[in-house]
Design a protein around this ligand. Structure first.
Ligand SMILES: [Fe+2]
Ligand SMILES: [Fe+2]
Length: 291
């Protein structure tokens, strides 16, 4: 079924760009549990722009670390190999789809700020619930709408019109995408992640962020990660929804809150509101991060 979806997306949008070399190399190297920190830092340091972005993200208030990490080596010691890998992959994937055209979507249309908010909220909620996701929460949040960039880049004017129309007619974007294209930007993100062999947990969480009425979420490889992204996305207000309704629906997404609690009792609605509003308030004061 997964392959089918990938084929469907690719046949509609054409060949995807090649996976950035550094992603393949970092994924290969870190698949060895005994990878040496100095080997990995040598590999990442070959790209000084990427290294600078890694440090900028990990020191930003969105990431919310208590300690400043001034160097890549220190980042590897404090955050660990897996977390650094996740951030590097996230940045490199995002960068592949940034150009003059998509900059408009990220800037003018607010997708960058929205992505940062979802990333920070997912990470803070994950930390509050002590899920120990090692940065995967942040990156899944940062990349959750990468499918919009993929479609913007691959389909050009056709997608931009669809995007404008959703806004004008106040239709949820993912719904209009499904009507017109037969899949939505979450499917496009998952297809990209699968084509690039990114971690299955990540591709699952990206693909599930607008999926409402099936059991995929509980049965997939990363139900908690997917639930975090869904809640953070709605709480950060998505797809032209009304502000208050969005805030409320992030707390009433029973399926996601149950997934987060696993076998335990999920938080009650009041507790959900309290924690989400607290995080949101904190996040709203952070200036946007540019790079
Ligand atoms: Fe989305
Ligand atoms: Fe979103």
């Amino acid at each position: 079924m997964r392959k089918l979806r990938l084929n469907k997306v690719v046949s509609r949008i054409g060949d995807l760009p090649a996976i950035p070399e550094v992603v393949t190399e970092v994924m290969d190297l870190t698949s060895d549990p005994n990878v040496s920190v100095s080997e990995l830092s040598k590999l990442i340091e070959r790209d000084p722009v990427l290294t600078a972005k890694l440090l900028k993200i990990s020191n930003s208030a969105y990431y919310g670390m208590r300690q400043v990490v001034g160097t890549l080596k220190l980042a590897l010691v404090i955050l660990g190999v897996r977390e650094v890998r996740n951030i590097v992959v996230g940045i490199a994937v995002l960068d592949t789809f940034r150009d003059e055209e998509t900059e408009m979507l990220l800037g003018q249309h607010g997708l960058w700020r929205h992505s940062l908010l979802v990333a920070g909220m997912a990470k803070k909620l994950g930390a509050y619930l002590e899920l120990s996701l090692q940065g995967e929460d942040f990156i899944a949040g940062l990349l959750h709408d990468i499918g919009k960039l993929v479609l913007w880049k691959q389909l050009g004017a056709e997608y931009r019109e669809l995007y404008e129309r959703a806004k004008r007619e106040n239709i949820p974007l993912h719904q209009l995408e499904e009507d017109v294209l037969g899949f939505n930007h979450a499917d496009a993100a998952a297809a990209l992640a699968e084509a690039w062999n990114l971690p299955e947990t990540l591709s699952f969480a990206l693909g599930a962020h607008h999926r409402n009425n099936d059991r995929l979420q509980e049965e997939g490889p990363a139900p908690k990660l997917a639930a975090l992204v869904r809640i953070a996305n709605v709480a950060a207000r998505d797809d032209f929804e009304n502000h208050e309704a969005a805030e409320l629906s992030s707390c009433t997404d029973e399926r996601s809150w149950k997934a987060l609690a696993a076998d335990e009792q999920p938080l009650d609605i009041e507790a959900r509101k309290e924690v989400l509003w607290g995080i949101k308030e904190e996040m709203s004061e952070i200036p946007s991060l540019s790079f």
